[in-house]
Design a protein around this ligand. Sequence first.
Ligand code: DX5
Ligand code: ZN
Length: 220
Amino acid sequence: MSDCNTRIIAPSILAADWSRIREEVEKAERSGADWLHLDVMDGHFVENVSFGPQFVAAVRPCTGITLDVHLMMTRPDKYLDRFIEAGADRITVHVEADHAVSETLARIRAAGLGCGLALNPATPFQEVIPYLDQIDLLLIMTVVPGFGGQAFMEVETMPKVASARDYRVDKGLAYHIEVDGGIDLRTVHIAAANGANVMVAGTSLFRAKDMSEAVRQMRA
Ligand code: DX5
Ligand code: ZN
C-alpha cells in the first residue's frame, strides 16, 4: 500500500459522461489521476441508483489504474463476490450498512483487494474504531452520500478526519484517509490540512475545462 501521506487523486466516475464512458475513463487516466472512484448506489442505503458490477466490469478493460469501488449499499456482503469478479482493486463498505462488518472486511482482504470502511457525516468517528486495525483505507464522507455536486460539509466532517489521523499515529496503524464529496481546488487543502490523503472528486475534475490541469492543481 502506498504511503498514507502520499496525495492520491481519485476522480469519481459518477460525474463523467456515461454515454462516452471509455473516452472518459481514458481521459481520467491521461489526466494523471492515481485511482478511479466508482460510486455504487443501491437506491436503498442511499436515495439514488447508479450502477452495478456489470458496469465495473465494462470499465475494467478501459484502464490500468486502480479501480476504487465505493459500495453505498445496505447489503454489500451479498454482492461482494460480483464486484471482486468485475475487477475492483479496492472495495470500501459502509459501517452503517446491514452486514457483519469485520466479516465483510476479511473477505475483501482474503481476495487480495484494498479494504476500506466508510462513514457518513452523521456517524461518529467512535463507530469505526473497532475496525481500524482491519482496513487500509478509511473513507470519511464529506457530503450525505447519494449525489454528486453537493456542498462540502466542513464543520461536521473535518474533526473526524483529524481524529482519524491522530488515532493512526497513537496506535501505530496505517490506513489511507479518503474524503469524498464536494472536494474541489479550495476544499482539498482543508481536507489535506486535517489529515486526508486520498481525494475523491467528481464534479470538480470531470467537469473541469482542463482535467489534467485540475488534477495537477489538486495534487499541488
Ligand atoms: C456520494 C458520491 C459523491 C461523488 C463525488 O454521493 O460519492 O460524493 O463521489 O461527488 P462530487 O465530487 O461531485 O461532490
Ligand atoms: Zn464515493
